[in-house]
Design a protein around this ligand. Structure first.
Ligand code: PLP
Length: 393
């Protein structure tokens, strides 16, 4: 019954999922408190109180029309509020018409790719990358082209990127703060990429869309700022969600924001709204559109994540791990203590420590750990990391 494509994909299913299943097994054998599962990017914090209050109020409201079909782009008042919020933060002119509400960032990425890709057109992603990009690009007949980051900074490597762009390049996906490295791309780096893209667009007489996947944009530490992609790239869209900033991943709510400076922005917007419909999303969940419109300035307590980052990063650093200190998101991406990251991750399993090999993000030799786990798990895992490090001395 299964298609060839899906049967093959099931066999090579993601490392994160494999680790999750391994974790389930270990929890059954040893008990949850004896398993140190750093494999998942599932926010363990609860949504902010303001968000919960907005939800409670809306559920009890008799606001007519809340649960009906709507414009496929979403409620007009919600889109206006999001646009005003973006304009306030970036000084870029935005109105509700530039916003399409989506089923999370994953839904938004699929809507954008469906709208722009012709068969065989190429989308550049920077490794390490969120592994689902490859499936999303494949969903819409595109081809993933991988450009490895500069491993000293985990920012895009311009000389490599230059070699990957050709007449078939339709888009590049940026993800900053990044999953899995936590790195925020500097404004300088973004400007360099913009110059390169402009030159290549001129050379090939093409337009290359910058898709900025930003679910972690509010999870930043030490006063770090995430430069506005809309300001830097003429041909750009933001794909964002509230999965991480409001800890609402199960509610599937996000948006696409289209830069007005795109030449045919209006037809792109019409295409995106159409794709949202025909991909079967129809529209983003109505109740949660209204909830987020009431909580645009809410955020989970990022100090909780910062404390965990500091404990883990400092400990791993002392043990001799090499790791770029993350400025955002909730992941660390250290170098494994042996070349074979899969072997390294398997070794950690002997201590009931669950990590994800860098291979799963297109970057062998490293591993990812998510610090979206409670403090006790982190503190109790510290001697285990010490033991793991000793085994490789
Ligand atoms: N993009 C990145 C980089 C992610 O890490 C995730 C989720 O972990 C997503 C997109 C999907 O986010 P959402 O749950 O909002 O669809």
């Amino acid at each position: 019954m299964l298609s060839k494509n899906i049967s093959e994909k099931l066999v090579s299913s993601s490392w994160i999922r494999a680790m999750f299943e391994q974790g389930e097994k270990l929890r059954k054998i040893y008990g949850a408190d004896k398993v140190f599962d750093f494999s998942l990017g599932n926010p363990d914090l609860e949504p902010p109180q303001g968000t919960k209050n907005a939800l409670k109020k809306l559920v009890l409201d008799d606001d007519p029309g809340l649960h009906k079909y709507m414009n496929n782009a979403g409620f007009a008042d919600v889109r206006e509020k999001i646009a005003a919020n973006i304009q306030r933060d970036t000084c870029i002119t935005m109105t509700g018409k530039n916003i399409i509400m989506t089923c999370g960032a994953a839904g938004g990425l699929n809507v954008v790719l469906k709208t722009i890709l012709n068969p065989g057109e190429e989308v550049i992603v920077f490794s390490p990358f969120f592994v689902e990009y490859v499936s999303y690009i494949d969903n819409h007949g595109g081809k993933t082209v991988i450009s490895p980051c500069d491993i000293t900074t985990f920012e895009p490597d311009l000389s490599d990127l230059e070699k990957r762009i050709n007449a078939s390049t339709k888009a590049i996906i940026l993800n900053s703060p990044n999953n899995p490295t936590g790195v925020i791309y500097s404004e300088e780096k973004l400007n360099e990429i913009a110059q390169l893209l402009e030159a290549k667009e001129e050379e090939y007489k093409t337009n290359i869309l910058v898709i900025s996947d930003e679910p972690y944009t509010k999870l930043v530490y030490d006063g770090a700022k995430v430069p506005s992609v809309l300001k830097v790239f003429k041909n750009s869209v933001i794909v964002n969600s509230y999965s991480k900033s409001l800890a609402l991943p199960g509610e599937r709510i996000g948006y696409i924001a289209v830069n007005n400076s795109i030449d045919d922005a209006d037809s792109l917007i019409s295409g995106l709204i159409y794709s949202n419909r025909i991909l079967g999303f129809v529209n983003a969940p109505g109740l949660f559109q209204k909830v987020i419109a009431e909580s645009l300035d809410e955020i989970v307590d990022i100090n909780v994540y910062k404390e965990r980052r500091d404990i883990l990063y400092n400990h791993l650093y002392k043990l001799g791990f090499t790791c770029v200190k993350p400025q955002g998101a909730f992941y660390l991406f250290p170098k494994a203590l042996i070349d074979d990251d899969i072997e390294f991750v398997k070794h950690a399993l002997k201590y009931n420590v669950l990590l994800v090999p860098g291979t799963g993000f297109g970057c062998p030799g490293y591993f990812r750990l998510s610090y979206s786990v409670n403090l006790a798990t982190i503190v109790n895992s510290l001697p285990l990391f010490e033991a793991i490090a000793k085994d490789f001395k």
